[in-house]
Design a protein around this ligand. Structure first.
Ligand SMILES: [Zn+2]
Length: 415
């Protein structure tokens, strides 16, 4: 007897770290849900041949900026970095705030095809223009009660609180903004997601020694909090002044602190090499694409050729994507088996959504990413002019979001 399905993804290498599955299988979909996983399911049903491709739980980009228009040129269209880039869930990092959350729900989350979640900004104004104006982001621009109320009222979307701990802010306010974010975190029961790596220019004459600050930052953190941008070449990442992994990172990991790469403008091959060689593998990838580091063709919706093109220190990056960040990890010797959880099951754990996301479980919403895994000869570049060669490359082919197929046709994808 043959069961009828709406669609079967046939013959791909199915990798689902949460269940331990890794093998050539078919994945069958019915009514937008995963109906079966096994061999020989395609009989009589419409099928997509995925031979030679990787079939994974829908990828989760744990660091996105998708508050389009409200965050100025900074915010990208959620489906551009989402389903049209092979990614089924995107997590906005601090675009929306207590003041602007209703707009985020109505104009971004609801119309998007991709599933959109958020780490709400600790700052009342949220991430306007990519936090371009530092004076908006001091303790006076924080209302802990309002942040907690907005987080509580939007628990279906809000999975954490976005804050910063970088030299520019510390030179102005010490760690006061992070302490307020932790207060909101304790009151709401949500983790904080902390941007490391210089963002704002420092103020005053005192030099900010991030090697001394990092232990103070880690002391404030609890299990489940997230440190981002470990591989940044800007001051304040995981590599200390001696060029080694800062020893406090191990203590942070031991107490359950999680690590998101947050690629964006904070991915240096040199820093990544030092951190990886010291035996630290981040929890999740997170592409961190935004309107300053991603070239968006005008027809793709968000305005690009902005008169202030040089306004931001992170302007002018090479093209990248979540899959491209995965390729870079492969090139640095991280195994595919270690990388797949960093865009699937580990992300679901970080979001506290293991029961819903990040695994191919029969009965769940059919969010599935299918990738090409090619061999050849390519060069990868970071924003510090370092070039690394690779003979393997991951690119998105298509994804299913709630059972509906989307080809990876985003004009922001590399090549
Ligand atoms: Zn970011």
């Amino acid at each position: 007897m043959t069961e009828q399905f709406d669609l079967v993804i046939k013959g791909g290498r199915v990798i689902d770290p949460a269940t331990g599955l890794d093998g050539i299988q078919d994945v069958a979909i019915r009514d937008g849900k995963i109906a079966a996983i096994g061999e020989g399911l395609a009989n009589g049903s419409s099928a997509i041949d995925a031979a030679g491709q990787l079939v994974m739980p829908g990828m989760i980009d744990t660091h996105a900026h998708v508050y389009e228009y409200v965050s100025g040129r900074f915010g990208l269209n959620p489906d551009l970095v989402g389903v049209r880039s092979g990614v089924t869930t995107v997590v906005d990092l601090g675009g929306a705030s207590c003041m602007t959350f209703p707009g985020f729900r109505k104009f971004i989350v609801e119309p998007a095809t991709s599933k959109v979640l958020a780490y709400i900004s600790i700052y009342t104004v949220g991430g306007l223009e990519g936090h371009y104006y530092p004076y908006l982001y001091g303790p006076g621009g924080i209302d802990v009660d309002a942040c907690v109320r907005a987080a509580d009222a939007n628990k279906d979307i809000v999975k954490g609180i976005k804050a910063h701990a970088e030299p520019g802010g510390i030179s102005r306010w010490g760690l006061e903004t992070l302490k307020l974010a932790k207060q909101a975190s304790h009151e709401s029961g949500l983790p904080v997601y902390i941007h490391l790596g210089q963002l704002w220019p420092t103020e005053g004459d005192d030099e900010i020694d991030m090697d001394k600050e990092l232990p103070e930052i880690v002391a404030l953190l609890d299990k489940g909090d997230i440190l981002a941008h470990p591989f940044t070449r800007h001051p304040g990442g995981f590599v200390n002044k001696e060029g080694k992994l800062h020893p406090i990172v191990r203590e942070a990991i031991d107490k359950g602190v999680l690590i998101d790469i947050g690629h964006g403008s904070h991915f240096s091959f040199d820093m990544a090499r030092r951190v990886l060689d010291a035996g630290v593998l981040p929890t999740t990838v997170g592409a961190d694409m935004h309107g300053y580091n991603t070239h968006v063709p005008p027809e793709a919706g968000t305005p690009d050729d902005h008169p202030d093109d040089e306004m931001h220190m992170f302007a002018g990056q090479a093209k990248f994507s979540l899959c491209h960040a995965m390729t870079e990890l492969l090139a640095m010797g991280v195994s595919l088996e270690d990388i797949v959880p960093m865009v699937t099951s580990n992300c679901a754990m970080m979001l506290g959504m293991e029961d819903e996301l990040g695994s191919l479980v029969v009965g769940r919403t059919a969010d599935i990413s299918v990738l090409n895994f090619e061999t050849g000869d390519w060069e990868l570049h970071d924003n510090g002019q370092v070039t690394v060669k690779t003979d393997r490359r991951l690119t998105p082919a298509f994804c299913l979001r709630a059972g509906q197929r989307f080809d990876a046709d985003a004009p922001i994808l590399p090549e």
